[in-house]
Unconditional design. Structure first.
Length: 341
């Protein structure tokens, strides 16, 4: 892969100050620059550069245009260097094939399945009866797609993904290796001394532009739908239980667990190891700090923290007092002795 800086400027929308014919061969981390590579720098405040720093080009903030930077390289000035660099990485990544096009001869595809144009299916994948797959979707090896499932256009299903029967993946959905969609919800009824399984006959709907990363699970609904809203991003090892409704553009970090029938609004951020009990409503724009245990509804826009989770400001005051408890306890003992005398 090679790009001239003129092409890089076109892709990123950045303003080039340097040799437009200079050829970039590598995209680099700032800590590992290369003479024929390109890096980016988000901030120029307190910039220190190693004496051996050598990068072919550097994307920097627009504000750096009028400053003398201690670097000798080609510059590209951008309002948001990280976004400009992301556009470049997206372009670069799209030109780097990760799969073998076409249908592998070992794939098992039902005669009643309908595949769109330019669909790729990898080795030992199974596509069951009455499945539909949209144009340009890539199904890697060892993927299972259950009966009557609908997969949209431009989706990517990486190895060992399972999408069970009757589920719906809309367009531009990415499922990373080992993601499981449509597992049975954890539903049992205790009767006459034994747990009896409640059949989970609903499904899962994954809306447009959702990415679910490795080994995360989204359980099917008991009767209706478990829904993951458009543009939501789900990290590794996340559990979304039956009948949960996740809004648009949410973020769920690793090891988050959401119990059944809870609803999340739009733009919710749940940091690592957050647990949310069932039948709650989490409002729009809520941020929940790492390792919090949520046991109550949360109104729009209020950050929560702790176990049990409370509004952030309240919990910080509680923690400030907790740190002084040994000292307070010692003072109380002295007061008690004085009173008893």
């Amino acid at each position: 892969m090679e790009l001239t800086l003129k092409k890089v400027a076109e892709i990123t929308g950045a303003e080039l100050a340097g040799d437009e014919n200079f050829v970039i061969k590598h995209i680099c981390d700032l800590a590992e620059p290369r003479p024929d590579g390109i890096c980016y720098l988000s901030r120029i405040e307190n910039l220190t550069v190693p004496p051996d720093f050598a990068a072919g080009a550097l994307i920097v903030p627009q504000a750096a245009k009028d400053k003398e930077l201690p670097l000798k390289t080609n510059f590209l000035y951008a309002q948001n260097p990280e976004w400009a660099f992301t556009l470049l990485v997206q372009y670069w990544d799209a030109q780097t094939p990760k799969h073998t096009p076409g249908i592998h001869p070992t794939a098992v595809i039902s005669p009643s399945a309908k595949l769109g144009e330019n669909v790729s299916v990898g080795a030992y994948s199974v596509i069951e009866d009455d499945v539909t797959v949209g144009d340009n979707t890539v199904i890697f090896p060892q993927v299972y797609i259950g009966k009557r499932t609908q997969v949209g256009q431009n989706c990517i299903l990486y190895p060992q993904v399972v999408v069970r029967e009757d589920c719906v993946l809309k367009n531009h959905v990415i499922l990373q290796p080992g993601a499981k969609i449509g597992n049975d919800g954890f539903g049992f009824i205790f009767h006459e001394g034994r747990h009896h399984k409640i059949p989970q006959i609903g499904n899962v709907i994954i809306e447009d532009d959702v990415e679910i990363q490795a080994n995360s699970c989204v359980d099917r609904a008991k009767l209706a739908h478990t829904v993951v809203g458009a543009n939501t991003k789900v990290d590794n090892l996340v559990q979304i239980a039956h009948n949960v409704k996740v809004g648009q553009s949410c973020i769920m970090c690793s090891q988050v667990g959401i119990a059944g029938t809870t609803t999340l609004g739009n733009g919710v951020i749940a940091a690592g190891q957050v647990g949310i009990i069932g039948h709650l409503h989490i409002g729009n724009g809520v941020q929940i700090a790492a390792q919090s245990g949520v046991t109550c509804d949360i109104p729009d826009g209020v950050p929560y923290f702790g176990t049990p989770a409370k509004p952030m400001k309240e919990m910080l005051r509680i923690l400030a007092v907790q740190g002084k408890l040994p000292e307070i306890y010692k003072e109380l003992k002295l007061i008690k002795k004085a009173v008893e005398k």
